[in-house]
Design a protein around this ligand. Structure first.
Ligand code: UN1
Length: 518
């Protein structure tokens, strides 16, 4: 049964964002009803109620979306980049105007607590501002030529439609990391959102579509909701999509990247994380505790950047872990729309099962539950998917701690030396985010040097989660090696062309080669 407060918010937000109980699942210049047999059910993990039914796309739908996107690309790629940036600025403003309501849709559909739902939309707005500035900074290098009267330089050119496949946990921000950057680079974008967060994608697309229409921009942003793996599979095999950005599991990422590599396309992968923090006896323990709590519990442990492993100095282990348990016991779990809640629901029943399976397996392998471990029912939200945040003492023997489970399960380890801490830290297959809490410059540098953290993101005295958009986001090893959002990640959405130009009256050759007719 739907909770009354949730129902009130749903009705209000649906009305303001123009959302319906039955939605067309495709935007490609206009809204199109998907013609596959599948219906995507958008459900709220808060209380299990249905939010919307969405007609999923068929292969025919996919083909027509690609055609439209290709045509839009051809027009868009000729628009000067700063003009493209001006359009993205308008998109950001429209998102800013709708921030509250969009954030609430994120909370309703994926269960984020209010501040995190709002943060998700803020992340899109931030990327929009960044992309607008970037649109005037898509620069190449000038290189000294060895030949007289020659000029050599690089230029960066658009590539075509970019396929963006996103996960439920950042249902709109990750799309914007890719799409706003790709758009200022002159590409068009085909978005395949997670079927667990299709309504958020539709709500965001409605806003973006209205700006495209108002500004008479060709449909550079398309959205295609699929009911399973088919649409992602089609994107990965499609020669006309030169770049595919995929966020999701290692297993699916492996399939997608094989398909893309087979046709010499480029993939940008953001796969699993199994992020560790080292907590030294030389840390400010107050800061370390706050950073650990946010990292382990935000988004109910369903971020790629979630802290899953705490590696604690044996000198403070007992005290710190006992304080951690106290902190966990003060965390409010429940309705994410209620003030004060820190941990909302998991996304669905399947996620709850994985949580239970992982905990059982960890115990079988000798892990000791120090806190939590149970599925809980919240009064008035009986259809929701709530679990207790869990702490498991692992200390070397719990193999399953090497896997990423999208749930609030934190493994704790004890270490004696900083070298041992780093070894434990780097001993997992994933390499996304990492952190050390210490005020000792030697420990900090040991973590940041070449034999330190092997992750794409390394933090000192702050959490593994909550990266800013200005940095390049992504990781090494099984995380897939992709980089998105800030820094020079834009280069991933363009092709580099090295230009050599002869403005002399002769044709000197490089490497002193003589090539003359005798
Ligand atoms: C993700 O979980 O896929 O750094 C992205 C963070 C967010 C993005 C997470 N800014 O936690």
């Amino acid at each position: 049964m739907e909770n009354k407060d949730t129902q009130k918010i749903r009705k209000e937000v649906f009305q303001k964002l123009g959302l319906n109980e039955v939605e067309k699942g495709i935007f490609s210049g206009s809204w199109i009803k998907g013609t596959s047999e599948k219906i995507i059910k958008s459900k709220s993990p808060i209380d299990g109620t249905d939010l919307s039914s969405i007609n999923a796309a068929s292969e025919d739908n996919y083909k027509s979306v690609v055609k439209t996107s290709r045509r839009a690309y051809e027009e868009w790629s000729e628009v000067p980049a700063p003009k493209r940036g001006e359009f993205i600025k308008k998109v950001s403003t429209a998102l800013e105007d709708a921030k509250r309501d969009l954030g609430l849709i994120v909370s309703l559909e994926v269960g984020k607590v209010i501040t995190e739902g709002q943060g998700e939309i803020q992340e899109m707005i931030d990327v929009g501002h960044y992309a607008t500035g970037l649109s005037r900074q898509l620069f190449g290098l000038t290189i000294a030529s060895e030949r007289p009267n020659h000029r050599m330089f690089e230029q960066w050119l658009p590539v075509g439609p970019v396929g963006v496949i996103t996960a439920f946990n950042f249902p709109s921000a990750v799309w914007s990391w890719n799409s706003f950057i790709a758009a200022v680079c002159g590409d068009s974008v085909i978005w395949k959102p997670s079927s667990k967060a299709a309504l958020t994608a539709i709500a965001v697309t409605k806003i973006v579509a209205s700006v495209m229409e108002k500004e008479s921009i060709p449909p550079i942003f398309s959205t295609i909701c699929g009911g399973g793996a088919e649409i992602g599979d089609l994107i990965s095999k499609d020669q006309s999509i030169p770049i595919v950005s995929f966020t999701g599991s290692v297993a699916t990422g492996r399939k997608i990247s094989k398909n893309v590599a087979e046709r010499f396309g480029r993939s940008i992968l953001e796969l699993g994380g199994n992020n560790g923090v080292i907590i030294s006896s030389k840390a400010d323990e107050n800061i370390a505790m706050k950073g650990l709590l946010f990292g382990a519990l935000a988004t109910a442990g369903q971020r790629c950047t979630t802290t899953r492993r705490a590696i604690v100095d044996s000198a403070i282990y007992k005290r710190f872990v006992s304080q951690l348990k106290d902190s966990y016991s003060n965390v409010k779990i429940g309705n994410p729309l209620e003030n004060g809640t820190l941990v909302g629901p998991l996304i669905d029943e399947d996620a709850v099962k994985k949580y239970q399976k992982t905990i059982a397996e960890a115990q079988n392998q000798g892990g000791k539950i120090l806190f939590g471990g149970n599925v809980i029912k919240i009064k008035g939200l009986e259809g929701g998917f709530y679990v207790e945040p869990t702490i498991i003492e692992a200390n070397g023997k719990v193999k399953i701690s090497e896997e990423e489970t999208f749930a609030p399960i934190l493994y704790v380890f004890k270490y004696d030396t900083i070298e041992e801490a780093i070894r434990i830290h780097n001993s997992v297959p994933q390499g996304l985010s990492s952190a050390i809490f210490t005020n000792d410059i030697r420990e900090e540098e040991a973590f940041l040097c070449s034999t330190g953290s092997d992750c794409g993101i390394a933090n000192v005295n702050t959490s593994t989660a909550g990266a800013e958009i200005g940095g390049a986001f992504g990781g090494e090893k099984n995380t897939g090696g992709g980089r998105e959002s800030g820094s020079d990640a834009w280069k991933g959405y363009m092709r580099r062309q090295t230009v050599s130009k002869n403005y002399g009256k002769t044709l000197p050759l490089s490497q002193n080669v003589e090539f003359k007719l005798s």
